[in-house]
Design a protein around this ligand. Structure first.
Ligand SMILES: Nc1ncnc2c1ncn2[C@@H]1O[C@H](COP(=O)(O)OP(=O)(O)OP(=O)(O)O)[C@@H](O)[C@H]1O
Ligand SMILES: [Mg+2]
Length: 409
């Protein structure tokens, strides 16, 4: 009676199985079925190795059998496989049960589930390994970081300098832009102020002409000529004002335009000064081309170049002053404008510096040294092109190259 109570106490708290001497299952309890996932009837009559896990080496089973066949108790933690393929770990004790003669009758195995604690300790071991690895590589990683930091430090100064320079360039550009904008405003005001008196002058002239004809029926040729001439001058004056107004207009808009148009308009605007300085300008159109960009800024570049030539003509006191502007295209679909003069050229020793901001050979009151710098910025940024200078004892040639928007035949 007492024995039965012991038996049921053990059976309900542990995972129990019995096998015959050959390892064939003769008994399993509910707990065994639950953990292995097999039904009672699937287990009875099967070899106990039905729950064997393929990871477990054959030598382990050899040792088990050696132990229990010597009628000794075997104890170990075993990795098993359930019906669904999942793994479970059990702390196992196998007892050989002997008959009256002392021969082995059967084996009874009592186990309890240790899966959770095995998994935990496996995770711990993995973490330990990871830590070991991290420790081992720590020095190396610190060294790498230090190297990167040192490099960063070394280039930091350069990068700061670069950024500062970039900012300065932006400032200069903005300054130039705002100067142009305020100039534009001023010119627009002047244009507005002049338009009224000009049209009054026109009306006065018209009245004078009428009055004159009232008195004498004979048409005076000289009077007629003077009248037409005066009218022409007034037209020219209002055209000029309009030109200036649109040239300095602060509305910045990228548009396609012909190289020939920008050249002739820039020369037109400079016409008065060019004549006063007795400079002859030739525009030679080999192949015209449409380019895309900012018309006003491009003319600003031409005016800069013409002003530079003009300055050189007067400092070197050149006779027969000539500015030659050639417009052409290349097979590589580039539009080319070459502007050359016969003003004696640029000294080879300063040639590499002329595009630098604030580089000037002129007296502070005559030049800021920003002309060519701004010109290069405009050609690069607004026209997506390039500007190069060549020089010899005869004069300078600036070559402006930019992509063609459309060819003009
Ligand atoms: N056509 C030229 N002939 C001779 N020297 C030139 C010519 N164009 C430029 N230079 C030289 O290049 C320098 C730089 O020109 P840049 O237009 O940048 O400045 P600048 O004319 O001196 O001053 P800014 O144009 O700002 O009033 C000039 O000071 C001059 O020495
Ligand atoms: Mg200049």
């Amino acid at each position: 009676m007492k024995l039965e109570q012991y038996q049921s106490a053990v059976e309900s708290s542990n995972i129990i199985s019995k096998t015959d001497i050959n390892g064939i299952i003769t008994f399993v309890n509910e707990e065994f079925c639950a953990i292995s996932g097999y039904k009672h009837e699937e287990l009875i009559g099967q070899n106990h190795n039905i729950v064997r896990h393929p990871d477990v080496a054959a030598s382990v089973f050899r040792e088990l059998w050696q132990t229990i066949l010597q009628k000794k108790t075997y104890k170990s933690t075993v990795k098993n496989r359930a019906k669904d393929g999942s793994t479970f770990y059990v702390n196992t004790t196998v007892f050989p049960i002997l008959d009256e003669k002392g021969e082995i009758e059967e084996f009874i195995a009592i186990r309890y589930d240790v899966t959770q604690s095995v998994l935990l300790s496996e995770a711990l071991i993995a973490k330990d390994k990871e830590l070991e690895y991290l420790n081992a590589t720590l020095e190396y990683r610190v060294n790498e970081q230090t190297k990167a930091l040192l490099e960063l430090n070394a280039t930091l100064e350069d990068r700061v300098r670069e950024e500062v320079e970039k900012n300065r360039e932006k400032d200069r550009f903005l300054f130039q832009q705002s100067r142009l904008a305020s100039m534009g405003e001023m010119i627009a005001n002047i244009a507005h102020q002049w338009r009224q008196p000009l049209s009054e002058l026109n009306i006065t002239l018209y009245k004078m002409n009428k009055l004159f004809h009232k008195h004498g029926d004979e048409r005076d040729v000289h009077f007629e000529e003077s009248y037409l001439h005066a009218k022409k001058i007034i037209t020219k004056m209002s055209d000029t004002i309009e030109d200036f107004r649109s040239f300095f207009s602060p509305d910045r808009q990228s548009e396609p335009f012909k190289l020939s148009r920008v050249a002739s308009e820039a020369v037109d605007i400079m016409q008065g000064t060019l004549e006063r300085n007795e400079i002859n300008v030739v525009i030679d159109i080999k192949n015209d081309a449409m380019v895309e960009g900012y018309f006003n800024e491009f003319s600003q570049v031409l005016i800069n170049l013409i002003n530079n030539s003009m300055d050189a003509f007067s400092t070197k006191n050149i006779k027969n002053r000539l500015i030659y502007i050639e417009i052409d295209t290349t097979v590589a679909r580039d539009a080319i404008m070459k502007l050359s003069d016969n003003a004696g050229g640029i000294d080879a020793s300063i040639m590499h510096r002329i595009f630098e901001p604030y580089f000037t050979t002129k007296h502070a009151s005559a030049g800021t040294g920003l002309g060519l710098y701004m010109s290069e910025m405009i050609i690069k940024n607004s026209m997506k092109g390039s500007i190069v200078a060549q020089s010899n004892a005869f004069g300078v040639c600036f070559t402006l190259t930019m992509p063609i928007a459309k060819e003009e035949t």
